[in-house]
Design a protein around this ligand. Structure first.
Ligand SMILES: [Zn+2]
Length: 322
């Protein structure tokens, strides 16, 4: 697909300078660089600076909150201003956190750290993703994916001993068996399945009322993307898929996915859902999807802006898939 990288989180050409990650002396100098900046996370939520145009908040590495954690900072790369790191402040306990709100479909709560300006709040990335520049978006998804991985991979998968962060955040090492562990990315296919003028849409249990999106599922070991598309669609909806094309990809660190947007042609139209996987699946005509995108279809809420499903559907509606 032309301009596929225009998708949210589609990248910004960040110079990741991976060769410096294992160089202790170089990292020390980068962390001490007066131009070094840090983006900050708290329990998976980036620190967003509210203003006329929201942005990731960037703190100097010399900020009092960050200095004690400097050794644990993740090196993200080198930008025009200098090096950029990520810091995790998840051990901060705010006074009034509502755990039930944080576990909702899209956590609407924001947290304001008393040692940071009032304009800076920890906020759900998916609720803010369309307002970030491509650079901020790339930094945010990279750091979030790494922190999700560190959080769920504290122990060596070979021997079970505690592992430690190394390579400036891009690796974990086992101190007992010397095992090396690398950040996981889980491939997911998400597919625009069409039949004539209609597209196949599904919804999962627990989604907001009326919300439908493209079918999606994890790629299994030993599968191609094409095979995963055909298997997932048939399992979830009973629809057989013929030709499959790859369209675009999107890092989706909730917690560690890489979405592969594909399209496929349906060979039949009778839907039989798998109620364990999805709650409903329907064919939606192009005209009805147009109304959804215009906010004028009360029955079907379109996929969220910023998600690759929305991106692909929008291109389909405007005949720009190629
Ligand atoms: Zn081990």
């Amino acid at each position: 697909m032309k301009n596929a990288e225009a998708v949210t989180f589609g990248g910004s050409g960040l110079e990741r300078a991976a060769h410096l990650r294992g160089d202790a002396e170089a990292l020390k100098a980068l962390r001490a660089d007066p131009n070094a900046q840090a983006i900050v996370f708290w329990r998976g939520k980036p620190l967003i600076r509210r203003g006329d145009w929201d942005a990731l908040a960037r703190l100097p590495m010399s900020h009092a909150l960050l200095v004690p954690r400097a050794e644990q900072s993740v090196f993200l790369g080198i930008e025009d201003h200098g090096p950029t790191f990520a810091h995790d402040l998840s051990d901060w306990e705010p006074d009034n956190v509502d755990p039930s709100a944080m576990n909702t479909f899209l956590d609407p709560t924001e947290q304001q750290h008393p040692d940071l300006p009032e304009t800076d709040v920890f906020a759900e990335l998916r609720a803010n993703m369309t307002r970030l520049t491509p650079r901020d978006a790339e930094l945010a998804v990279s750091a979030r994916a790494l922190y999700s991985w560190h959080d769920s991979h504290q122990f060596c998968s070979k021997c079970g001993a505690k592992s430690v962060m190394s390579m400036a955040g891009w690796q974990r090492d086992c101190t007992t068996c010397d095992g090396k562990h690398f950040p996981r990315t889980d491939p997911v296919v998400i597919m625009l399945i069409t039949h004539g003028n209609s597209v196949l849409m599904g919804r999962s249990p627990g989604w907001p009322e009326g919300m439908y999106s493209l079918l999606a599922g994890f790629v299994e070991p030993g599968e191609t993307l094409e095979a995963a598309v055909r298997r997932e669609v048939f399992e979830e909806s009973g629809i057989k898929v013929g030709h499959v094309d790859y369209l675009a990809s999107q890092p989706w660190p909730f917690p560690n996915s890489l979405m592969f947007g594909c399209r496929g042609e349906a060979l039949n139209t009778d839907i039989t859902i798998d109620p364990v996987e999805i709650e409903d699946a329907i064919w939606v005509t192009r005209e009805d999807m147009m109304l959804s995108f215009a906010g004028e279809n009360t029955k079907i809420l379109s996929a969220r802006k910023g998600a690759i499903a929305h991106f692909i559907l929008e291109r389909w509606l405007s005949d720009r898939l190629d």
